[in-house]
Design a protein around this ligand. Structure first.
Ligand code: FES
Length: 309
């Protein structure tokens, strides 16, 4: 039987993975096996200061006893990285959710991975998997300096890796890379918003396959004015009015309708729910699958939305 995720994991180790980056290893309280995770997955972590954050699993998917995440100390921390850098110690218990992924579970040979800074945590396990199975992937890894770029020493020595540290005067030339990349190649990227926008601009044309993007945070965007609507919860029978200015998620939680809450910015996928009737107004950055939506940001085009809740 597959291992179930314990409600809390124990911090086994905290150490510096690069300047301003801490790697945190987690294990089950009883030392038992943890659920398997696909490369590219992330973990919802509830910190003792009540913040909930998503961190990519960047350890070895073949190790059933340990999960590893890595966290950059953000200058404009909203509390998550600050807590981990200043207060998190071995022995602390952290509530977690089961690993989830918004990346494809598989990637084709020749996939191009592009990571910016701490974005390496999202693509590292996928890249290493592809190298090990002979898929000849390429990794472009950019950062301000090598000292601040984690896991450089874990990249397979025989793999195609381009490291672009800007303090060495090296930057990624994405348009040039796009010109030389074979048709139908797929691209997987994670990094700061400016970088992921540049990746989408360079590789978003018809010549390439899919561009899979994982974002740290949603960029500021504007939408038409909010309109009120009613969410009908098919399973509980509750009807929840969602006024303008309040998110569907908040309205549901106020009425004790449980929904997963993570980033609240439409980038992590924790809050995904099924839509049985009505037309959602999608405002997420994940690209909701048909018949699904993310209530932390998305609303409704129709006056009523029937949800699988
Ligand atoms: S909470 Fe992250 S997508 Fe909704």
């Amino acid at each position: 039987m597959a291992a179930a995720i314990p409600p809390a994991l124990v911090v086994d180790e905290v150490h510096a993975a690069a300047e301003g980056v801490r790697a945190v290893t987690l294990r089950a309280p009883d030392g038992g096996a943890l659920p398997a995770w696909p490369p590219g997955a992330h973990l919802d972590v509830e910190l003792p200061n009540w913040l909930r954050r998503q961190y990519s699993l960047c350890g070895d998917p073949g190790d059933p006893y340990r999960y590893r995440i890595a966290v950059k100390h953000e200058e404009l921390s909203r509390g998550g990285s600050e807590y981990i850098h200043l207060f998190l110690r071995p022995g602390t218990r952290l509530r977690v959710g089961a690993p989830r992924t918004t990346f494809p579970e598989d990637t084709p040979p020749g996939t191009l991975y592009i990571a910016g800074g701490i974005g390496i945590t999202a693509v590292l396990a996928m890249f290493v998997r592809d190298v090990r199975r002979g898929y000849a992937p390429t990794l472009l890894y950019a950062g301000r300096s090598r000292a601040g770029m984690p896991f450089l020493d874990e990249l397979p020595g025989d793999a195609a890796v381009v490291v672009a540290a800007s303090d060495e005067g090296r930057r990624l030339d994405l348009p040039a890379r796009a010109r030389s990349l074979p048709d139908r190649s797929e691209i997987v990227t994670c990094g700061p918003a400016r970088m992921t926008a540049a990746v989408e601009a360079a590789f978003g044309g018809e010549r390439f396959g899919r561009v899979h993007v994982e974002r740290f945070r949603a960029e500021p965007r504007s939408f038409a004015d909010d309109r009120a609507f009613v969410a009908e919860c098919a399973r509980s029978g509750k009807k929840v009015t969602v006024p303008a200015g309040e998110t569907l998620m908040d309205a549901l939680l106020k009425e004790d309708v449980p929904v997963g809450a993570g980033c609240r910015e439409g980038v992590c996928g924790s809050c995904e729910v099924g839509v049985l009737n009505g037309e959602p107004e999608h405002r997420d950055l994940l690209g909701a699958p048909e018949g699904r939506m993310y209530p932390c940001v998305s609303r409704s085009v129709t006056e009523t939305l029937v949800l699988d809740l």
